[in-house]
Design a protein around this ligand. Structure first.
Ligand code: NAP
Length: 253
């Protein structure tokens, strides 16, 4: 069974690893190409956009893909929309792996906002020391709130042209521990944290650290998910693919 995995997440790497070890599947991992040195599993891979819905549909047909697995980031809304539309046009199923969103617990002080512009506004008129962990692509709105001090952490260094004037950058890739996150927030005298509600375990420790230090968290809510068929993790996706393989083989297709 030929599987195309749209990746860029821990879940994509995990399902790619599972399929690499299962000879019933021939899988290819597709990456957007945002990370310069991605950790690649032992399956075929490709990088870069497909050229919209038409491009992805053509790829699925040309490569006789049987199943599309959308394991992109919960905030990669455009790619997920394209995956739904292209799989429909190509007449194949699209399985989405969508990790659950983080939920607040007692002791948290979360300010929910719909997007990055609202996140910058939620920092308020008083100068703050802000820990900004929203990736490197969407920093522009914070340049419109230049009275804050920003500590920006991302996997890839951001474009200097998009940075607010008082910004320092750290390049780091999770997982992070609660002890390290608490030390960092305290050492930097951070009084506001901004994050997307990405979910998952790799970057969740900062929320526990913020809770223990009484730091408010501006939480950017997820965009709507267009998936009609979704599972929460790579293990359940593997079980679904194995079942799909079994029923296809039964039908003698
Ligand atoms: P997007 O806005 O949904 O996608 C923009 C375009 O990038 C897509 O239309 C597609 O181009 C291409 N693309 C995206 N994922 C691809 C993949 N796996 N394989 C091939 N092409 C792909 O997503 P984004 O710009 O990557 O990111 C949006 C949000 O997701 C940001 O908040 C970002 O921080 C977060 N995020 C993304 C990744 C990632 O690996 N992409 C990882 C972590 C976080 P075509 O239309 O030309 O096909």
């Amino acid at each position: 069974m030929k599987v195309l995995i749209l990746g860029g997440t821990t879940e994509a790497s995990a399902i790619a690893g599972f399929l690499a070890a299962d000879t019933r599947f021939e899988a290819t991992l597709s990456l957007a190409g945002r990370t310069r040195a991605p950790v690649l599993p032992a399956i075929a891979s490709r990088r870069g956009g497909f050229g919209g819905i038409e491009g992805l549909t053509a790829y699925l047909r040309d490569h006789a893909v049987d199943v599309l697995v959308d394991a992109t980031h919960p905030f990669a809304a455009q790619m997920s929309r394209h995956a739904q539309a292209a799989s429909r046009q190509a007449g194949i199923p699209c399985l989405s792996i969508l990790r659950p969103a983080w939920q607040s617990v007692p002791g948290d002080h979360w300010i929910a906002v719909p997007d990055m512009t609202a996140a910058a506004a939620a920092l308020g008129p008083e100068p703050r020391r802000v820990f900004l962990t929203v990736g490197q692509q969407e920093l522009a709105p914070f340049a419109d709130a230049p009275w804050h001090d920003y500590l920006i952490r991302s996997v890839e260094p951001p474009d200097p042209a998009c940075l607010p004037p008082q910004a320092r950058c750290i390049a780091a890739r999770g997982p992070f521990t609660e002890a390290d996150e608490t030390r960092l927030l305290a050492a930097e005298a951070i009084d506001m944290l901004v994050t997307k509600n990405s979910g998952g375990t790799a970057t969740v420790a900062k929320l526990a650290a913020a809770r223990s230090l009484g730091i408010p968290v501006v939480m950017v809510q997820r965009p709507p998910c267009p998936a009609t068929l979704s599972v929460p993790d790579a293990e359940t996706a593997l079980a679904w693919l194995q079942h799909q393989h079994f029923t296809t083989a039964e039908r003698g297709v």
